[in-house]
Design a protein around this ligand. Structure first.
Ligand code: FAD
Length: 244
């Protein structure tokens, strides 16, 4: 941004980890920040629930996927979250669903890589994208392929296979390494850590429209109120922004 933070007011749309991280870094630089979130809670696709017995259940993200190269590593470390090396997701699936085995799932992931490469190449050449579901075709009848395709696409894009294009599905992905680590007491703790105390948080406030006038003044209309700021950062997943 070309101007000084001073009293500039930034509106951040969405209180998932992206919105919270943006808000945190803006607050640290001295900006006034308002976060607008559609739901009654923060976290977005990071959501930890507790059972009556006190066990944690992550309904969204649960792993720090690769300590090296993952922008969340420094936040997880700053929040002093307990981590454990864990590669048990496939074991759980294997025992819960007899139609899938460790090797059938690994095989499906390999096939998926080939499909992405071949279909991606064809799309580039024809200058026309196709949905992930169409690229996989009848291979999705295989439960392991269905699992692999969904577990690749849905967490990353927030959208179903028929709504995600092959070309965009892996655009901008950064490679990480160092193995997956389970955030032992729930990944949701990260969202709580990221929320800056100095930011204004407006829950149950779905944004309906964003307009920027010639002088750069930004107006965000939500179902509850209209807010005017100096800039807006919209962190909604593309799958939401693409809705008519
Ligand atoms: C089942 C599952 C498992 C996953 N596992 C992992 C994992 O182990 N490790 C990992 O790193 N990642 C994992 N992911 C992916 C990870 O959860 C996401 O990449 C990440 O949480 C995305 O954060 P985000 O802030 O970009 O988007 P989101 O979390 O989608 O946040 C967007 C926010 O915007 C809000 N919003 C929507 N519409 C509006 C509106 N009109 N106005 C205002 N607010 C609005 C939403 O309510 C939401 O809070 C998983 C995802 C899923 C679904």
């Amino acid at each position: 941004m070309g101007w000084q933070s001073g009293s500039k007011h930034i509106l951040v749309i969405g209180a998932g980890v992206t919105g919270l991280t943006a808000a945190r870094s803006l607050v640290e630089k001295g900006y006034k920040v308002t976060i607008l979130e559609a739901k009654s809670h923060i976290g977005g696709r990071v959501q930890t629930e507790r059972t009556t017995g006190g066990a944690t259940v992550d309904c969204g993200a649960s792993y720090l996927e690769g300590r090296i190269g993952n922008p969340m590593t420094k936040e997880v470390e700053a929040a002093k979250l307990a981590l454990s090396a864990c590669d048990s997701m496939i074991d759980v699936i294997e025992s819960a669903d007899s139609s899938m085995t460790r090797s059938s799932i690994f095989g499906a992931y390999q096939k998926l890589e080939q499909i992405k490469e071949i279909a991606g190449m064809a799309c580039y050449m024809q200058e026309k994208d196709m949905s992930f579901a169409d690229a996989c075709g009848d291979k999705l009848e295989d439960p392991s392929m269905r699992f692999a395709a969904n577990s690749y696409c849905l967490p990353m894009t927030g959208a179903e296979l028929h709504k995600v294009g092959v070309i965009g599905s892996h655009a901008g992905l950064k490679e990480t390494s160092g193995g997956d680590l389970l955030v032992t007491n729930g990944y949701g703790q990260l969202a709580q850590h990221l929320l800056p105390a100095e930011a204004e948080l407006k829950l149950n406030c779905p944004t309906e429209s964003i307009t920027v006038n010639e002088s750069g003044e930004t107006t965000v209309v939500s179902s509850k109120e209209t807010l005017v700021g100096d800039a807006v950062i919209c962190t909604l997943p593309l799958s939401i922004l693409q809705l008519p």
